[in-house]
Write a protein that binds this ligand. Structure first.
Ligand SMILES: [Cu+2]
Length: 290
């Protein structure tokens, strides 16, 4: 009995700690949430919004826009759930129109705490700034979503927030830099090289995609989201979401090049996504930036 109580106490303590951490993170994220020029004053507003949003649900705000992710039923691990994403402006009015960006109106990226789970999906636009998408979270624990969209005629915006999913948690492992930047996925061998590993410098990410068996370069990659590939980069703590642009959009391989700037030194995870013969492959690499 005594043991049971002791365990219970520790669990409660951990949970409280977890919630506090997530709240703290939510605040910090607001500083970088909006990608369009934020002044310091606007950042202060973002913190307020982000904080109240956290208490009310899973909401993120930038200086101009807010995104809230909700579901009709409680979201639990292993069960497909429909998520609704509501985009509103600073007055709380739904954003009605969006520009197409990389072929889509909204890109939703979902990762778990240790970045071992990565999901890149495209919710359907309903109306009045509302999107819906069905998805399944593989395990319980903390996840972070990133909503990437362009309100019509405005700048691209990325909003993010942590989300807790009920259910048994998987084992978390530290995000460790890869010792080799070569990987095999879907019968392809993908090699990544970086022009340099310095923060606050433009870094060219060059992917070489070969057949894993023959080692022949693959030169008939299909466009994915309107370009040779799509790359998402997050810092190990998921605080920084880095926008990446292809250098040569219309390349069909075997080389695919992208350019990114890492805001500070540290460990980053980079997911490259490419399409070949109708199949999308997702290739993650972890790098250390000085
Ligand atoms: Cu997307």
């Amino acid at each position: 009995m005594w043991n049971k109580k002791g365990t219970l106490l520790i669990l409660t303590g951990l949970l409280a700690l977890g919630l506090l951490t997530s709240c703290d993170n939510a605040k910090q994220v607001q500083d970088t949430g909006g990608q369009g020029g934020n002044s310091n004053q606007e950042n202060a507003n973002q913190e307020e919004n982000g904080h109240s949003g956290h208490e009310g649900g899973h909401e993120a705000a930038s200086n101009n826009y807010k995104a809230a992710v909700t579901s009709n039923e409680p979201v639990s691990a292993g069960t497909e759930t429909e998520l609704s994403i509501q985009i509103t402006d600073s007055n709380g009015a739904p954003v009605q129109e969006f520009d197409v960006n990389h072929e889509k109106l909204l890109h939703l990226i979902i990762v778990n705490r240790d970045l071992s789970f990565f999901h890149h999906i495209h919710p359907d636009y309903m109306e009045n700034g509302k999107f819906t998408v069905k998805t399944t979270f593989p395990a319980g624990g903390e996840y972070k979503w990133f909503a990437d969209f362009v309100p019509k005629g405005a700048e691209g915006t990325t909003l993010s927030e942590w989300l807790r999913i009920e259910g048994e948690e998987g084992e978390a492992s530290a995000v460790q830099p890869d010792t080799s930047l070569i990987q095999q996925v879907n019968g392809k061998e993908i090699e990544l090289s970086l022009s340099n590993t310095l923060s606050n410098e433009e870094v060219v990410l060059s992917y070489h995609i070969r057949d894993a068996q023959t080692k022949q370069g693959i030169s008939d990659l299909e466009p994915y989201l309107g370009a040779v590939g799509h790359v998402v980069i997050l810092s190990a703590d998921a605080q920084q979401y880095i926008h990446v642009h292809p250098l040569e959009e219309q390349s069909t391989g075997p080389k695919a090049e992208f350019v990114a700037t890492f805001p500070h030194s540290g460990i980053y995870k980079i997911w490259g996504q490419f399409q070949h013969q109708g199949e999308v492959m997702t290739v993650p690499f972890v790098v250390e930036i000085q």
